[in-house]
Design a protein around this ligand. Sequence first.
Ligand code: UGA
Length: 450
Amino acid sequence: MRIAMIGSGYVGLVSGACLSEFGHTVICVDKAEDKIAALKQGQIPIFEPGLDEIVAANVKGGRLAFGTDLGEAVRDADAVFIGVGTPSRRGDGHADLTYVFAAAEEIARALTGYTVVVTKSTVPVGTSRQVEAIIRKVNPAADFDMASNPEFLREGSAIEDFRRPDRVVVGCDTERARGVMREVYRPLYLNETPIVFTTRESSELIKYAANAFLATKITFINEMASLCEKVGGDVQDVARGIGLDGRIGGKFLHAGPGYGGSCFPKDTLALVKTARDAGAPTRLVEAVVAVNDQRKHAMAEKIKTAFGGVAGKTIAVLGLTFKPNTDDMRDSPSLTILPALQSAGATIRAYDPEGTREAAKLLNLTFCGDAYEALEGADGVVILTEWNEFRALDFARVKTALKTPLMVDLRNIYRPSQMAAEGFRYVSVGRSDAAPGTVVDMPQRRSESN
Ligand code: UGA
């Protein structure tokens, strides 16, 4: 199967590389010549574990190539995926579809033979039909079908997510297009991945509904964390206790400083706008957006309180990206929390394993080469992102480096009892210092013969 991937940003690059690993011949196209030149040299513009190896192996195997000529890539393709960016439109929060529509026009001019054109970027309900109309207008003779195939990859584990997805969602109206999409995902049939075929509108909405639901789950547990702090509960026990109910599920119930990243903030906002425009407002998602925004400010206040005021104090910060295993700083809670601390008079010394380059464009603070350098002479440390290397800090070294043994852990990577024993004043999220933690007895299932 020959595939053209239009747009070589995060979604395009990861999907294109993984589809080539499935055995298809893939050309990833992008307008940015420098990006394509770098990719041709084997340089990957984003940090995503495992991506460089997949790209290198499939380029070597002749299944993956990069180029700037959209027409050439589309001409021979059986399926053309649109994976260009859909940023939030300035001012109104709607997804900006300029790049999608521009790609549609170019694709229309290049189509030859039957082709399935697939929207892979996250696009509002109805976009696939708009793209179809554009292509028909520009090239009325084109022989094509449209499909919607949203992406559910998580940054940091995108390769694994692509290889072993919980499900694949495809929206299309014809059996012919379904046949092509089945062929695209054929390797996943081997491990019995559910492939949900539906209408294009449902497919587009599934993507937004999934992200909004996950954002809601996180926001719910964050509110429970605040309540735990007031009434003396432990949010991790609460998460465990509710998560063991199969109807709720234990995933995405980690309390923290609020969700960030390139997807949840943008997609929840876009869903709110779409729903309002459609006359069916999603008041729940509107509340999630507002609560999450407010949470980041509340975290700055929490840090100020823990430090007894931050004016004139030096704060060591570990982690700047919105989550570990990425260099992505988009909508990271650090972008709200740290400037708030700085305006209150704090000096920040920060370390992030991969995010420094991106963070330096957005934050004006002292960037350090490792965690211990950041801690040197600080009045306390704040953990903002749960990178693995922060999970096993050498406490003796930490205490020697800090002026006072104060740790504010907004990701709950340590246990309060452990930190107290190590001699730290430890402030975490939704846990009282005295809480011993849950013990869950899991009785052995009785064997079938009993
Ligand atoms: C998210 C979805 O998980 C993917 O399925 C989806 O494909 C992607 O958006 C997208 O639309 O492209 P991602 O933004 O990479 O993926 O990151 P997540 O792992 O979902 O984390 C998002 C934010 O939620 C992070 O700030 C993270 O720290 C926070 N989070 C997540 C919590 O605070 N608690 C949790 O329990 C889980």
